[in-house]
Design a binder for this molecule. Structure first.
Ligand code: SF4
Ligand code: SF4
Length: 200
């Protein structure tokens, strides 16, 4: 179901993860706990947004759901996840904490995201969280709007503080891993280092 926590990831050239100082700094392996924490923190945003849009109309709700499925199933995987070391693992779908189960339709593309990819990635997120808020404000449902903004802010702060600061996808514009840690990770993952050198 998840990667073997004792085995280095596919791009890593180390013989073993034992005593690796990066194990505490970079999230190389994911488990059910990570997936559960991510889903629990995102759940209120999607629940409240979904209920609000459904009450507004079936059409707007269906549009939102269709976009979410297309975004997390196809678009985000292409523009962001295909740059992630986790994408290099064997198998036809992702087994990480955030996009578990999404299909890997594209090849692994180590190295930074292009400006267009960053814009597409951020615009998609903005639409997913901003659309329900816009509907709440448009229909003067101030309490719903405030609650949704609160859940979005809490989710974002939680992600930045406990996930993005350890995420091995340095290409993501929201990644918060420092340069020293990045360099240490690249030392152990020379294929990724080469791709970053070539493209930056
Ligand atoms: S960098 Fe390599 S050796 Fe270190 S924890 Fe990650 S996969 Fe294991
Ligand atoms: S970028 Fe995040 S969601 Fe995408 S494959 Fe990597 S860990 Fe998973």
């Amino acid at each position: 179901m998840f990667l073997d926590p004792d085995r280095p990831i596919a791009t890593c050239t180390q013989p073993s993860c034992e005593n690796c100082p990066l194990a505490e700094q970079i999230h190389c392996h994911f488990g059910g706990r990570d997936l559960g924490k991510f889903l629990a923190s995102a759940f209120p945003v999607f629940l409240l947004g979904g209920i609000g849009l459904y009450r507004f109309g079936l059409g707007p709700f269906a549009l939102w759901v269709a976009f979410i499925l297309a975004y997390f199933g196809l678009i985000e995987i292409r523009v962001m996840c295909s740059h992630c070391p986790h994408y290099a693992e064997e198998g036809s779908s992702l087994k990480c904490w955030a996009n578990y189960g999404s299909p890997k339709l594209w090849r692994y593309r180590p190295g930074p995201m292009s400006l267009t990819e960053k814009i597409v990635f951020l615009a998609g997120i903005l639409f997913i969280v901003g659309y329900p808020v816009a509907v709440f404000l448009w229909t003067s449902q101030w309490l719903w709007g405030m609650a949704e903004v609160f859940f979005i802010a809490a989710f974002f702060v939680y992600m930045q503080a406990s996930m993005c600061n350890q995420c091995m996808n340095f290409a993501c514009p929201l990644n918060r891993v420092g340069q020293t840690t990045r360099r240490a990770f690249w030392e152990r993952n020379p294929r990724i280092r080469k791709a970053w050198k070539r493209e930056s």
